[in-house]
Each structure stands twice: as C-alpha cells, then as structure tokens.
Design a protein around this ligand. Structure first.
Ligand SMILES: NC(=O)c1ccc[n+]([C@@H]2O[C@H](COP(=O)([O-])OP(=O)(O)OC[C@H]3O[C@@H](n4cnc5c(N)ncnc54)[C@H](OP(=O)(O)O)[C@@H]3O)[C@@H](O)[C@H]2O)c1
Length: 249
C-alpha cells in the first residue's frame, strides 16, 4: 500500500493502459479519478473493479484536449477526492498512419497540437496545489516511437518527442518545488489501439523483443506505479522505456 492517502488522476483511464494504471494505483492505496471522454460505461466498470477490491475511485468525464473541460475535471477531482498528488497523462491523440508524403499538414498539426494540449491544460490546473504542498509526481505516457521511429509514424514520433522535451523542461523548472516529472515510453502493448493487428503480426513483433512477448497494459502500469510512489523519489526528468528490451537506450 505504498500510495496510501494519495490522490491520483489518470487521463484516458476507461480502457487500455490507463484503465490498468488506475486499477494498479488504487490497489496500492491511492484514491483514483478515472478520466474518460466517450466510454462512460467502461470507465464505470474500472471504478466498480476498484471499489469491489476495497479501493476508492470516481469517474470523471472530460475531453483533455479542451482547456475548459480539463480545468473543470481537476476542480471536480479536488472537490470529490482532495488535492491531486499523482497525475498520469495517459490519453494520447489518435493519428493517421501513413508515409510522410501522404501526410497533410492539417493531420500532422492536429496530432501534435492535441498531444501537447492533452498534457498542458491538465498540468496547469494541478500545479497550484502541488506547488503549495511542494510535492507531486507527474507521469507522461509517451511512446518508444519517440526515440526509435517506425515507418508511417512520423506525426506520432514528432508529437511524442514534443512531450518528452516538455517533460524535461518541466522537471527542470519544477524540481526545486518538490515536483517530479517523468516519462514512460511503452513499446507495442495489447490494447484497443493495437487491436487492428493480426495475431501473426503480433507474434512476429514479439520475435524482435528480447523477452519474447509484446506488452500488456499491466506491464506499463507497474512502471507507472514506480514513478508515482516515493520508491522513485530521487528520479525526475527521466525517460523509461517499457518494452521487454526491444529498445535499449
Ligand atoms: N498501445 C500501444 O501499443 C502503445 C504504445 C506506445 C504508447 N502508447 C500510448 O499509451 C497511451 C494509452 O494508449 P492505449 O493503447 O491504452 O489507448 P486505448 O486503449 O486506445 O485507450 C485510449 C484511452 O484514451 C482515452 N481518450 C482518448 N481521447 C481522449 C480525450 N480527448 N480525453 C480524454 N480521454 C481520451 C479513451 O477514452 P474514451 O474511450 O472514453 O474516449 C481511452 O480511455 C497513449 O498515450 C498511447 O500513445 C500506446
């Protein structure tokens, strides 16, 4: 129960990595706000799973690419659960997988702007109470593709690289105020976002991973738990690949 008494907000927690993270943080004692945008029933399922296991959670609807909704979300969580100690920025922006020559500027710009806005407004909203208490852990979910590009992922690589730089800048600026900012970089992980892949493609991908399997949401959640807790209290500005050894920095 290394997060006893802590309040955590996880964006995009109705499904996939976010849902596994919300359940993991709650299982270690945190009161968790499960953010969703469209999947209300799935977010409610996550809350019920947590409560059934004697944890504490609420669901909170917000499109985190929107300033007003992000600010309202943070206000609601603070009112219902208390000041936020742990912020996990997990919800990412979807994008068009295509070669660079097939990308329009509009699609490219849209991906980058949404990815950065999805962290910007929520971080701005949680910071006043973190600064006041000189404590807080912010975890941004990037992607291994920010360091090791793949064909068709140019907008994703660019957008996630922006988040990586943003996290370092914030870690530098907020360290003196007791606030840590770290990045988790998942490799291929089995979620709705990767459900378009055929089993044969997943097996082939696993063959390139030293641990010989692709990631599960729980694998990523475990690494997020580490950054959320005081077990990592002297680590900030870090980039942690969670990919079974596929990318070694
Ligand atoms: N899966 C992978 O292989 C992989 C690899 C590297 C990095 N990542 C990163 O990991 C993160 C999670 O990915 P995932 O695979 O778990 O995704 P996922 O299964 O597709 O789930 C996406 C989640 O994000 C939420 N979301 C989307 N847009 C939102 C918005 N505007 N406001 C609030 N919530 C929003 C969705 O909520 P609703 O359904 O309620 O809209 C859902 O809970 C992303 O940042 C992704 O880039 C994933």
């Amino acid at each position: 129960m290394i997060l006893n008494g802590k309040v955590a907000l996880v964006t995009g927690a109705s499904r996939g990595i976010g849902a596994a993270t919300a359940i993991k943080l709650a299982s270690h004692g945190a009161s968790v706000a499960v953010n969703y945008n469209n999947s209300e029933a799935k977010a409610q399922n996550v809350v019920e799973t947590i409560v059934k296991n004697d944890g504490s959670a609420i669901s909170v609807k917000a499109n985190i690419f929107d300033q007003t909704e992000s600010e309202k979300m943070v206000g609601q969580v603070e009112k219902q659960l208390g000041k936020i100690d742990i912020l996990v920025l997990n919800a990412g922006a979807n994008f068009k997988m295509a070669s660079f020559m097939e990308q329009s500027w509009e699609d490219f710009e849209n991906k980058i702007l949404r990815e950065v806005k999805g962290s910007f407004w929520t971080i701005k909203a949680v910071l006043p109470s973190m600064i006041e208490r000189k404590s807080g852990s912010i975890i941004i979910v990037s992607s291994g593709l920010s360091r090791k590009p793949g064909f068709g992922f140019s907008s994703h690589t660019t957008a996630k690289s922006a988040l990586d730089g943003f996290a370092k800048a914030l870690a530098f600026e907020l360290g003196p105020q007791g606030i840590r900012v770290n990045v988790i970089a998942p490799g291929l992980t089995l979620t709705d976002a990767t459900s378009f892949m055929q089993p044969s493609q997943i097996d082939a991908a696993a063959g390139f991973v030293p641990l010989r399997r692709v990631g599960l949401p729980e694998d990523i959640a475990g690494a997020i738990l580490f950054y959320a807790s005081d077990e990592s209290k002297y680590i900030t500005g870090n980039y942690l690949p969670v990919n079974g050894g596929q990318i070694m920095l």
